[in-house]
Design a protein around this ligand. Structure first.
Ligand SMILES: [Zn+2]
Length: 268
């Protein structure tokens, strides 16, 4: 029942964002919205299954153990519980930034992460389009995050909920008023900021790695807000045609060695 409510909540949120994106679109879309949404939800279904079968059975018992044994950095801090939770959430967000960099730097990880990037448009459905292999390969990294930071089950659930809200918001094709977005982006990742990361220009792809707070890009000098959305071609070089990114093609893409995939991996 809990899982059902969670999925209903995600679909409700995605539906709301899809409606707002249609009313106030940020970028002109290349592919049919309904076809892309159906394809991205199919990839997301495989991802949700992987989370239920591979990720959650490992992460939640581990977080419980971390709490009982008082393992990890945060548990050593002599601070009020609420501050410790905030520190854990900030460290989870920072280490997610580092993981995103690794997903673009390590060819095996990029092979899977590229499935997210070859979407020819960017909207709330792209936020759910992560290859099941990327989710499975992320489990050892999540284990390390939980153990080293000292993440208890409550902090883990809070972080996962915030992250889902954040990725759906910043992947969306929602046009916010520029002055409002300029203020928001000082704190959190926004649609225009993340749109630059999804540009097919390698220079832009190698910027704006943050997943929640903008500060990590600002601290590492990788913040890039200087590209107008009208100049951005969403996607990956070598993948321009809809027939290159059909559902069977993207699900099998990490396991194929076709020239476009090779070129992208070598170009990074
Ligand atoms: Zn990326």
């Amino acid at each position: 029942m809990k899982g059902f409510l969670k999925i209903a909540g995600i679909l409700g949120l995605a539906g709301g964002l899809l409606y707002l994106e249609r009313r106030w679109p940020l970028r002109v879309e290349k592919e049919s919205k309904s076809r892309r949404t159906a394809r991205n939800l199919a990839v997301a279904t495989l991802g949700v299954l992987t989370i239920h079968l591979v990720e959650s059975p490992v992460l939640y018992p581990l977080a419980k153990k971390v709490e009982n044994k008082r393992w990890g950095l945060v548990k050593r801090l002599h601070l009020p519980r609420v501050i410790k939770t905030l520190v854990a959430l900030a460290l989870l967000d920072y280490t997610l930034y580092l993981q995103h960099v690794l997903h673009h730097r390590i060819p095996l990880l990029l092979r899977f992460h590229a499935v997210h990037h070859v979407d020819l448009d960017l909207d709330a459905s792209t936020a759910l389009r992560f290859h099941f292999g990327e989710i499975a390969l992320s489990v050892p990294y999540r284990i390390a995050q939980i153990l080293l930071i000292g993440v208890d089950p409550g902090s883990l659930i809070t972080w996962q909920s915030f992250l889902l809200l954040s990725v759906m918001f910043h992947h969306s094709n929602l046009q916010l008023s520029k002055p409002i977005e300029d203020r928001l982006v000082r704190v959190i990742v926004t649609p225009r900021m993340h749109g630059i990361h999804h540009s097919n220009e390698p220079e832009n792809q190698n910027s704006n790695w943050s997943g929640g707070l903008t500060i990590w890009d600002a601290l590492h000098g990788t913040l890039n807000l200087g590209v107008p959305q009208g100049e951005i071609d969403i996607g990956v070089q070598g993948f321009h045609r809809p027939e290159q990114v059909t559902l069977p093609k993207i699900v099998t893409q990490p396991f194929r060695n076709e020239p476009a995939v090779r070129e992208f991996l070598e170009g990074e």
